[in-house]
Write a protein that binds this ligand. Structure first.
Ligand code: KIV
Ligand code: ZN
Length: 512
């Protein structure tokens, strides 16, 4: 058995299935590049047959990513598989990931297929895929709630047809670590050709055990691939968090004794990029990447860490990308220093004009804020990435008045398709008034389902980063905006969400 643990990242596919987490092509490309920098083994870039937008994203990622394998999901049908293979054509190394549900519930109620039909389709689809590509993964959707005898039959057959990775998803997050580990162990022991494939775990976090289940699948079950997402992004309670898996296996090498290809110092930048792109804020006490993950508040702990770090620290903060040197730049910093800092933070920009635009924003921010932190720069370039010249709505200026005992009032000047318009409104507070002033012009009819403000770098001098989630006609989008003025940040986030909601470009559709 190989002692390399394959890290399969599905932030861009399963992660994107979170409500509101859909990403544009450019956003996906940026995240894919960061995943490559992390040295992720496999990047699941999307689900090619689900939409033209997703097809194009996978193709674009396959064109630029050189070091990681690029993968597309496909239902177990010839049409889906052909489409995925077509999108992956430019890849240096490509993988087709086929899936078909095997649990009685899914087969009967969702697929309306008999077990024999599912068996046959699994086999034939792998046979078809094997003629197009050598690297084939087969997932039995809802495997953990499937009959083990039936799973053995299906897995043995697809391995015979040439599947090189066998994935055993806990699709609904129902598993318990020990049981899941033994489930995989039993399958591997019972299937005569199980050694011809790499076994993979894919755990959802509905009971908060996705990471624990995945690790049990590795330790007890002998799986050698973990499917995971940055920050545990994913629908419902999310997927298994990559940063937690990687740091658990690395920190407890004594126990797992497995090798990883991951360059862990890029973890934090990846976490921030995904959070800022999707608007899914990372909780402060989140393991590895939360703001408090390496903070010691109690005097006893601080004293201990100062005397000997490992009294209370089991990982080194800098190993996952935290730096002690928090203040990086200011008003006097030049373009070259800015460009260098972007590189150090793992941000690549496609052109000099993109860097120039980001630098103008940086200077503007430095005029208003004396200390510019890494977090500010990341928010700024993420916002830069979100603001497109073809956006329907743009913010020109905003003024609002609030005073104790008075009804807050806001006036907003904004552009709609390039034309300047003014809107005014009262509101419960300055943010409410400002967003209502925008609505006075837009009349979107959208419902706000989430509003959150986060201080990017801790203090009141920090930029506020606002996430707004809007829902309209069954579509859910997140908008993110950052500014030292949280009312302006709110307006930016709201406009960003509106632009996504009303964008004519086809958004990437997640699989159901
Ligand atoms: O959760 C799941 O079962 C999946 C499969 C498509 C792999 O995401
Ligand atoms: Zn999944």
């Amino acid at each position: 058995m190989s002692d390399k643990l394959v890290i399969f990242d599905t932030t861009l596919r399963d992660g994107e299935q979170s409500p509101g987490a859909s990403m544009t092509r450019d956003e996906k490309l940026r995240i894919a590049r960061q995943l490559e920098r992390l040295k992720v083994d496999v990047i699941e870039a999307g689900f090619a047959a689900s939409s033209n937008g997703d097809f194009e994203c996978i193709k674009a990622i396959a064109e630029v990513i050189k070091d990681s394998t690029v993968c597309s999901l496909a239902r177990a049908s010839d049409r889906d598989i052909s489409r995925a293979a077509e999108a992956l054509k430019p890849a240096n190394s490509g993988r087709l990931h086929l899936f078909l549900a095997t649990s009685p519930l899914h087969m009967e109620k969702k697929l309306r297929m008999t077990p024999d039909q599912v068996f046959e389709q699994s086999k034939m689809s792998v046979r078809f895929a094997r003629n197009l590509m050598a690297d084939i993964e087969f997932s039995a959707e809802d495997a953990y709630r499937s009959d083990p005898d039936f799973l053995c039959r299906v897995f043995e057959a697809v391995i015979n047809e040439g599947a090189t990775t066998i994935n055993v998803p806990d699709t609904v997050g129902y598993a318990i670590p020990e049981l899941y580990g033994n489930f995989i162990k039993d399958l591997r022991e019972r299937i005569p050709n199980s050694d011809k494939a790499i076994w993979s775990v894919h755990c959802h976090n509905d009971l908060g055990m996705a990471v624990a289940n995945s690790l049990a699948g590795v330790k007890i079950g002998g799986a050698r691939q973990v499917e995971c997402t940055i920050n545990g992004l994913g629908e419902r309670a999310g997927n298994c968090a990559m940063e937690e898996i990687v740091m658990a296996v690395k920190t407890r090498k004594d126990y797992f004794d497995l090798d990883l290809g991951i360059d862990t110092k890029h973890i934090l930048a990846a976490s921030r990029l995904v959070s800022q792109t999707t608007g899914f804020v990372v909780q402060p006490n989140k393991a590895v990447v939360g703001a408090n993950a390496f903070a010691h508040a109690s005097g006893i702990h601080q004293d201990g860490v100062l005397k000997a770090r490992d009294t209370y620290e089991i990982m080194r903060a800098e190993d996952v990308g935290w730096s002690n040197n928090k203040i990086v730049m200011g008003k006097l910093s030049g373009r070259n220093a800015f460009k260098l800092r972007l590189q150090e933070l793992g941000v690549t920009m496609d052109s000099e004009s993109e860097i120039n635009n980001a630098f103008i924003k940086f200077k503007d921010l430095a005029d208003r804020k004396s200390e510019i932190f890494d977090e500010d720069i990341l928010a700024l370039v993420s916002e830069e990435n979100l603001a497109h010249s073809h956006d329907r709505y743009g913010l020109v200026s905003l003024s609002q008045h609030s005073e104790t005992g008075e009804m807050p009032h806001a006036t907003v000047i904004m552009t709609i398709d390039g034309k300047e318009v003014t809107g005014q409104s009262n509101g419960n507070g300055p943010v409410d008034a400002s967003l209502k002033a925008i609505e006075a012009n837009v009349k979107s009819g959208a419902e706000m389902v989430l509003y959150s403000v986060n201080a990017i770098s801790g203090s009141t001098e920090s930029q506020g980063e606002v996430t707004v989630r809007l829902q309209n006609s069954g579509r859910v989008v997140n908008g993110v905006g950052a500014d030292p003025d949280i009312v302006v940040a709110s307006a930016k986030a709201y406009l960003s969400a509106l632009n996504k909601l009303f964008s004519q470009t086809e958004r990437v559709a997640a699989q159901g």
